[in-house]
Design a protein around this ligand. Sequence first.
Ligand code: FES
Length: 347
Amino acid sequence: MNELEHPTGDPYGAKDGKDLISGITVFPMEPHVPRKADIDPKAAIRAERQVATMFGLSSLMIILFIVAYIQVPADLLITIPVIGTLNANHLAIGFTFGMAILLIGLGAIHWAKKLMPDEEVIQERHALTSTNEERAAVQSSLQRGAAESGFKERKIIRRSLLGALALFPVPLIVLLRDLGPLPGTRLRETIWDEGIHLVTDATYKKIKASDIPLGGLINAVPENLLEIEHEEHNLNQRGKASIIIVRMDPADIVSQQGEAWDYQGVLAFSKICTHLGCPTSLYQQRTHHLLCPCHQSTFDLSDSGNVVFGPAARRMPQLAITVDAEGYLVAQSGFNEPVGPSFWERG
Ligand code: FES
């Protein structure tokens, strides 16, 4: 409540229907009628119980939400007249969570309407900046309002509200489960392994070092990709395992990610940009730079695939290669570090 006097001396700031300062028509306020709960302690207790019941029901709805989430089959369909066929699980968790939110809101409104201080307040409208006295008055008014709300004294309301609010985040945590299984190590692993042949992308032909001209680049995949071509996650595996093979003069190689990971100047690197995962194959044979077309990250393939320009934070992972008895290129092992974009799990 603002206890400051209006400059006109009129508590409503008005005379003959006009505000004396602004000239705006104002209407006198009706005489204040106390609420039942203000004058009847029994009504106050009844209102308090109603509020607590709503908060308690909100908690119950959260519990029912979890039960419905676990117990109602995700593929169960039910038919409701007029509305039609609905997924029972979605209906149950949507209804219970919605009711939990609604009941907290209704409880808060009921509390405010029935039990919190019910006083008409005259608000200063003309002063642009409050004086220190006015601020102090507002502060003490707020403090008194907080005290009069009964949050401390009305234990049953306080506890039921705190209980409802404490349970409120639970559905959000439960729903995280629906975002899918945790990735585990899947983002770190590819189907590359020791002895797997490097084959041309799309045509799956084994590659010999001599197939790659000096300064040339070939897009390649692991030979075992053919075995899982029709499996459900084939595209994921293809995306992670795609590589580029380049050939340069061995004398131009400054460094590699491991000892002797090339074969006579033939080097293999992941094709997936470590920035945001675009496929890269713009290779400049003179500088040995590999450019990502998306945001221009540039990797020096003659120097361990290190980033020389752009937003990528990690070097391009190198695949250690050698040749089999017939001279076809094979992997020495899988990748030594995760391929693809950096994310929170990757060092
Ligand atoms: S995805 Fe390659 S630079 Fe952004």
